[in-house]
Design a protein around this ligand. Structure first.
Ligand SMILES: Nc1ncnc2c1ncn2[C@@H]1O[C@H](COP(=O)(O)OP(=O)(O)OP(=O)(O)O)[C@@H](O)[C@H]1O
Ligand SMILES: [Mg+2]
Length: 372
């Protein structure tokens, strides 16, 4: 249990934390959220004594943190900072085992920890254990950062905007992993974010802070139902029910698509596809109106006898009009296995395409809001 009792902190004349009092239960996933500068990081860093309060106490399992040796304290509290902070000259396995080695675990035990943890996030030890951070993607590095914080099996893990820098898909996967690790390992997690979608997804309890004070401490459901202030409501914004209005196809459309006129030569088109790594092109008439698509398969098969692509144009790809409901196209993409739908302007010129990636992005936006 972590208890904040009347904790205050000022820098110069500015009071950063104002008489904070709250209790975090064991095994709870607590998310601190609020506008930039409201004191989230400051209160997080007080738990492992990277910052000391001016007044008040922080009790960890009933013991005043101020009376615990800070080095000792930090060995038992995992900490994930925003910039990951892996050691570039250590392998993945060595990075994970920094704290176990400080705690003088023997090599066999360290190896076993690295093995087990990597297994849990689907990065097999054999393949990843001896890689260096620079050989990993951002999302993989972030996972290692999280594993490192868990390695010595600390009962408490602090995470300060750990997924802020990731794309929405990777963030989603890591959120799922962290939530399932927490449930499996029964940790108390204090997680800072300014992303309400992330908070709603992960938290047992959300603590909303503003100017160094707690505005609301509630479960996600409670906060959605009864936001305590206009600021909380504006953070919840699109996650409240009125946000799920149907969206138009153009919101999910890619406009940089490869198009050619019907009188173009087959070789020219084959080269264009190879150069851009695509296997179909959209074909238009002289005035730019959509006629259909031409595929690399047809060009390979029939192309030798032809000068232009015109005889190879097919109308197999589904089309939709600007202003159509996106859901219809999404359902079609998911059900049919087709790769894209062509979106046409009113005059039948090409506006763009909607792809399966667009569907995924739309799901992400609905769940977690716009990502920067
Ligand atoms: N060392 C310092 N000296 C002076 N002011 C500081 C110091 N550290 C933080 N502050 C101020 O304290 C306030 C709270 O900072 P804190 O880092 O806790 O905010 P935060 O809620 O984590 O914000 P963000 O979402 O931007 O990370 C800010 O106004 C910040 O400018
Ligand atoms: Mg911060």
């Amino acid at each position: 249990m972590i208890e904040f009792q009347h904790v205050s902190k000022s820098y110069g004349k500015t009071q950063i934390l104002k008489d904070l009092t709250y209790t975090l239960k064991d095994g709870e996933f607590v998310v601190l959220i609020g506008p930039s500068g409201c004191g989230k990081t400051t209160s997080l860093k007080m738990i492992n004594r990277l910052i000391e309060p001016d007044s008040g106490h922080i009790l960890i399992d009933g013991k005043d943190a101020a009376s615990i040796n800070p080095v000792e304290l930090r060995r038992h509290i995992g900490y994930v900072i925003q910039q990951i902070g892996l050691f570039p000259n250590m392998t993945v396995a060595q990075n994970i085992c920094v704290v176990p080695r400080l705690l003088k675990y023997d090599k066999a035990r360290c190896d076993q920890i690295a093995h087990e943890l990597l297994e849990m996030v689907n990065l097999p030890y054999e393949k990843y254990g001896s890689k260096y951070p620079s050989e990993l993607s951002g999302g993989q590095q972030q996972r290692i950062g999280v594993l490192r914080a868990l390695a010595a099996s600390p009962p408490i893990v602090l995470m300060d905007e750990p997924f802020g820098a990731l794309d929405p898909m990777t963030r989603e996967v890591l959120q799922d992993e962290v939530k399932s690790l927490q449930q499996k390992l029964n940790k108390t997690i204090v997680f800072v974010t300014h992303d309400m979608g992330e908070a709603l997804k992960l938290a047992d309890t959300i603590i909303f802070m503003e100017s160094g004070e707690i505005v609301q401490q509630a479960s996600p459901e409670e906060m959605l139902e009864h936001p305590a202030s206009d600021l909380v409501r504006s953070f919840l914004g699109k996650h409240t029910s009125e946000s799920s209005a149907p969206s138009k196809v153009e919101n999910y459309m890619r406009t940089n698509v490869f198009r050619v006129k019907k009188n173009r030569g087959v070789l020219e088109c084959a080269e264009m596809m190879a150069r851009n790594s695509v296997d179909t092109l959209l074909v238009t008439d002289e005035s730019g109106k959509y006629l259909g698509t031409v595929s690399i398969g047809d060009i390979r098969h029939w192309g030798r006898e032809l000068t232009s692509i015109e005889p190879l144009i097919r109308q197999t790809v589904r089309t939709a009009q600007m202003g159509d409901d996106a859901k219809e196209s999404f359902d079609y993409l998911l059900d049919s296995g087709a790769n894209y739908v062509v979106i046409l302007n009113e005059d039948n010129t090409i506006a763009g395409i909607v792809t399966k990636t667009s569907v995924a992005r739309s799901v992400a936006q609905n769940l977690w809001g716009d990502s920067k």
